[in-house]
Design a binder for this molecule. Structure first.
Ligand code: 2NE
Length: 276
């Protein structure tokens, strides 16, 4: 697969291929791909671009590696070296938790986001794979939360969505004991969709991406928002309803009513059935 860089960034790589698949790589291997505010801002920009690009249907999210010590990481969460008293502090001196905005974007964008996890998905990095639609793990994948042992927690998607995925007992175990789980254990608890040899990780992601790119974009879009609606309360319903509006706009019926208003004439409602 030939990847074309979209834009150059300090903390991430952002590429696209001709088949409608984008690849976003967190590129701080010396920090196990931990994110600082700038990393998150760059991720947000790349994901926003992928969302806007009508040729893109699938985004792969992964971490650069291996590091010079031979170890891999998807993401080790927030960069603790820039954590201040009110959040993670970037070059502008402002404390932020902007990864929460990124989580919402990944979750609500009407494209399929696949996490490719090699090595550590820990803390806020674990939550990032969690909010992706699908996760493919390399056989060296390591999963876990660490908040309670290092002074943090994610009680949002990191807790409630985790519990939807692995069940209440397991989610509480993950957060209360802060253990690390290997890829097979993650597969057994439904935390990931597949485990493959590390050498095959990207190829497997592309294979899944290609299969998704053969499907109906509108069907995938509506399904993603339907899955979200079950869990996300009013904002989930808003996404689902937005798709209903989109589909309605695309109908002959909406066009007639819109046209009639523009032409200052009564709409011809008789043309449209009241379906059972
Ligand atoms: C990931 C893990 C378990 C890997 O262990 P190991 O032994 O393979 O690597 P090591 O030696 O710990 O790390 C290698 C280098 O990466 C840096 C380390 O400081 C080290 O740097 P040097 O000493 O070589 O210079 N590094 C690793 N993770 C980092 C991080 N998160 N921030 C800054 N530097 C990091 C092990 O590294 C580990 O446990 N990492 C810390 C995990 C962690 O505490 N994550 C934050 C959780 S809180 C969070 O993510 C969060 C939240 O709770 C709420 C909102 C937003 C974010």
């Amino acid at each position: 697969t030939e990847w074309t860089p979209v834009k150059s960034y300090s903390d991430i790589r952002y590429e696209k291929c001709a088949e409608g698949i984008a690849k976003i790589t967190i590129n701080r291997p010396e920090k196990r791909n931990a994110f600082r505010p700038e990393t998150v801002a760059q991720l947000f920009e790349a994901f926003s671009d992928a969302r806007e690009d009508q040729r893109v249907g699938v985004v792969l999210l992964t971490g650069a590696g291996p590091h010079t010590d031979g170890k891999y990481a998807f993401c080790a969460g927030g960069d603790q070296s820039v954590r201040g008293p009110a959040g993670y502090v970037g070059g502008d001196g402002v404390p932020r938790l902007n990864v929460l905005d990124l989580q919402k974007l990944i979750r609500s964008m009407p494209k399929v986001v696949i996490a490719l996890v090699a090595g550590y998905a820990i803390g806020g990095g674990h939550v990032l794979h969690l909010v992706c639609d699908l996760t493919i793990a390399a056989d060296n994948g390591i999963f876990g939360q660490v908040g309670p042992k290092m002074g943090s927690f994610d009680g949002g998607f990191g807790a409630s969505y985790l519990a939807r995925i692995v069940g209440q007992k397991k989610a509480r175990e993950i957060w209360f004991l802060c253990r690390q789980y290997d890829a097979q254990q993650a597969l057994d608890m439904g935390l990931v969709n597949a485990v493959v040899p590390i050498a095959d990780l990207e190829e497997e992601g592309i294979k899944w991406g290609r299969e998704i790119m053969q499907q109906s974009p509108l069907a995938i879009r509506c399904l993603k928002s339907a899955f979200n609606a079950d869990v996300d309360g009013q904002s989930g319903l808003q996404e689902l309803a937005g798709n209903a509006t989109l589909l309605y706009y695309m109908s002959e019926e909406a066009r007639e009513f819109h046209q009639a208003q523009r032409e200052k004439r009564p709409p011809d409602a008789s043309k449209f059935p009241w379906l059972p």
